[in-house]
Design a binder for this molecule. Structure first.
Ligand code: GDP
Length: 543
């Protein structure tokens, strides 16, 4: 059989070794906390390898990073998810990008399904902000290990001990500081590196363009005023240490503990300590849960799943990229893989051809890595892929949409483009598309988790499909799946309407929960199911 090739030939120990070198993580934060700055700083300290197997042919590491960030800037808002690959201490760090916009969307959830750990970035002056809380909740649903980074310590902010308390209350994990700042927020002059047990004076170089200079000091050997600052920091760190205990890798991996770092990303303060910890104690990939509730061993044949599909990244080439997280075995360019949803083989050689156009080609990838498959039009978010040892991974959970709008083409003469664009947006999960006989094909209903998804849809319909649309916002906020055959429900009923997903699934929309109650009285036989997690319940404050 031609499909059985290389992964059988590769030694299982080599797969384990490579997987053990991987740290796949995402940064979660409220906009403006410094995610982009932190990303640049991490890249400055380590070696940028490639971005999701798709680099842009630039050799300087700053070129590569800026391109990756530039993609976001050009589009105004980030609707992309790529991975930046960095090397530090012989470990490969895969930083998977989460959407940067303020709106909560399914994209974020999908990205968090593809990582083994999250870095939660907090602005020292603001503490926990709404988006941080939402993202934290998603991480905790997945029991993801979380590293907490308190950024902008060079600016006046909250008290360090208060912040530690806040982290404990908000995350319900035990915060264990691994670095402690010297000087109150706004006077960040040094760091106690609690892992390396060193006291380091920090100096910014070239306004943050170069790694910070670290000078080891002996706090017992400083003049009085200076010494007091260091003694205070050591005392505070010791205080937290005796209350919260020592760092424990197993407790971190089990999301019981969250290690805490203090940084000033724009000055590169505290970045090395974070990177060292990720490399030395960050969680490597583990055998992934499969749809039949077993675990896919890392050394099994190649497998992975699609967590993001993206089009229009490169308008000149009309790219369509499926991002695959490798779960087991070795991925090799040119490999033929099978998508169990369709049962069809899928040739990754197409990736090769298009990647070859002035871009760096990804030759092999290991568990934890992210592979960008170009022009993989048949792949959908949630699809599994394997080479010769069948496996299906659980579908990535959906969020229940809470915003709905009827779309129509501004120019009825461009109906073909309209239809194609709407189908593509549905396929990628930019929005969910619902239809009904009453509304007709010309007026599908777009369903979104957050309203910003509509703006993305409008923009892409205009620029990419050349079929501008108008949206008529609908007064619904609750959606439920109606189990087929349980009730005969008209398209329009009191307080809501019934629509269908492209796969035929019936979805009922309601103005609010009261209307849902009326519906249950009117159609007592109807069996309703929630659609995935509800974002508004995710926002609830913790107590
Ligand atoms: P993002 O929206 O989370 O990606 O945030 P950015 O990285 O774009 O940062 C937002 C703003 O905060 C920018 O003006 C940064 O220069 C600034 N910033 C980021 N990190 C720091 C820091 O550690 N100290 C200070 N003073 N400013 C920072």
């Amino acid at each position: 059989m031609t499909m059985t090739t290389s992964s059988n030939a590769v030694d299982g120990r080599e797969i384990s070794r490579q997987a053990g070198r991987r740290r796949t993580f995402a940064v979660i934060s409220h906009p403006d906390a410094g995610k982009s700055t932190l990303t640049e700083a991490l890249a400055l300290y380590s070696k940028a390898i490639k971005d999701a197997g798709v680099t842009h042919g630039k050799s300087t590491r700053h070129g590569t990073v800026s391109d990756w960030m530039g993609m976001e800037r050009e589009r105004g808002i980030s609707i992309s998810s790529a991975a930046l690959q960095l090397e530090h201490q012989a470990k490969v760090l895969n930083l998977v990008d989460t959407p940067g916009h303020a709106d909560f969307s399914e994209d974020t959830y999908r990205v968090l399904a593809a990582v083994d750990c999250a870095v939660m970035l907090i602005d020292a002056g603001k503490g926990f902000e709404p988006q941080t809380v939402k993202l934290l909740e998603v991480c905790q649903q997945r029991n993801l290990p979380i590293i907490t980074v308190i950024n902008k310590w060079d600016r006046p902010g909250l008290d360090a001990l208060d912040l530690i308390d806040q982290i404990g209350e908000r995350t319900r994990m035990t915060p264990v500081p691994l670095s402690w700042p010297v000087g109150i927020a706004g006077h960040f002059s040094g760091l106690i590196d609690l892992r390396a047990r060193r006291s380091l004076r920090l100096e910014s170089v070239d306004g943050g363009a170069k790694p910070a200079v670290e000078i080891e000091v002996d706090p017992g050997n400083l003049e009085e005023l200076e010494a007091a600052k260091w003694e205070a920091a050591l005392e505070e760190a010791a205080l937290v240490g005796s209350a919260n205990g020592q760092f424990n890798a197993a407790a971190f991996a089990d999301a019981q503990q969250t290690p805490v770092f203090f940084t000033a990303a724009s000055r590169n303060f505290g970045i090395r300590q974070l990177l060292d910890m990720l490399a030395e104690a960050g969680p490597p990939p583990t055998p992934r849960l499969t749809a039949d509730a077993s675990r896919r061993g890392l050394e099994a044949g190649f497998s992975g799943f699609v967590f993001k599909v993206q089009a229009g990244q490169d308008t000149a080439h009309r790219d369509h990229i499926a991002y695959v997280r490798v779960c087991s075995g070795m991925f090799e360019r040119g490999m033929i893989v099978i998508n169990p949803r369709t049962g069809r083989p899928f040739a990754t050689k197409y990736a090769h051809r298009v990647l070859g156009q002035g871009r760096e080609v990804l030759d092999v990838a290991w568990p934890g890595d992210v592979v960008g498959l170009v022009n993989a039009h048949s792949l959908r978010v949630g699809d599994s892929l394997y080479q010769d040892d069948p496996v299906t991974f659980p579908d990535i959970p959906h969020f229940s949409p809470e915003h709905f709008a009827a779309a129509r083409a501004n120019d009825p003469g461009r109906y073909k483009q309209f239809r194609r664009g709407i189908d593509q947006l549905d396929h990628e999960g930019v929005v969910q598309v619902l239809r009904s006989d009453v509304r007709g094909d010309q007026s599908p209903v777009l369903a979104a988790v957050g309203p910003l998804q509509f703006e993305v849809a409008e923009q892409r319909m205009r620029t990419e499909f050349n079929a501008p649309i108008s949206l008529d916002h609908l007064p619904y906020s609750v959606a439920r799946r109606v189990v087929e055959g349980t009730a005969d429900i008209p398209d329009n009923f009191r307080g809501g309407e019934l629509l269908r997903r492209p796969d035929g699934e019936a979805i009922a929309l309601f103005g609010d929960r009261w209307k849902l109650g009326h519906f249950a009285e009117a159609f007592p036989q109807a069996v309703l199911q929630t659609i995935g997690a509800e974002p508004s319940s995710v926002v609830r404050e913790r107590n």
